[in-house]
Design a protein around this ligand. Sequence first.
Ligand code: GSH
Length: 205
Amino acid sequence: MKLFWSSRSPFVRKVMIVAHELGIAERIEHVRTVVHPAKPNAEVMAFHPISKIPALISDDGQAIYDSRVICEYLDDRFGKGALLPASGPGRWQVLTRHSMIDALTETCVMWNGERRKPQELRDEQIVAASAVRVTSGLNALEADIAFFEEEGLTLAHAAAASALAYLDFRLDTFAWRESQPRLSRWFAEFSKRPSFVETAFADVY
Ligand SMILES: N[C@@H](CCC(=O)N[C@@H](CS)C(=O)NCC(=O)O)C(=O)O
């Protein structure tokens, strides 16, 4: 399999955490990729028409995206569904949490992009609203912490770890740990997992 990959992307990292947890990380060839909203990447667009990463090319040549679909594909194909219940309320719980955390991550990516703009181009309303949304998402995770502490590993756990790591990577002045103490402790524990250590962010590609 090939993965359009970057060491800076929280969505790529989530997929690779899942791949490590499933023991299949070495079966995924990284295609180092640079993407930017202002510069659609023709190589990626040949597989993902909107030029987003991650995008996976399966062994039989099928393009699979976005990150949620890739995670579910890997779990189904290699994990026998270990990271997502097959049916029942538990399935919708994991899928809904995963979606919320992805929305939180998207907000962090947008926030980081806005923050880095020169002051005359920066929209301070977007910056302020991003902080409100992210705080609200983290509050929801803190309120829901029993799920993360007590359930076995799910796709939502991988998504949460990647989202929190991205905050440290790109938005480290946003101090969330004091107001989310249980989430902070859960994240500190998760950070010891080899799947997390092996997928560290780097400002390279
Ligand atoms: N919902 C998508 C989001 C992917 C996404 O936004 N990826 C960013 C990199 S972190 C990207 O491809 N940005 C390039 C662009 O927006 O053109 C997923 O979960 O895969």
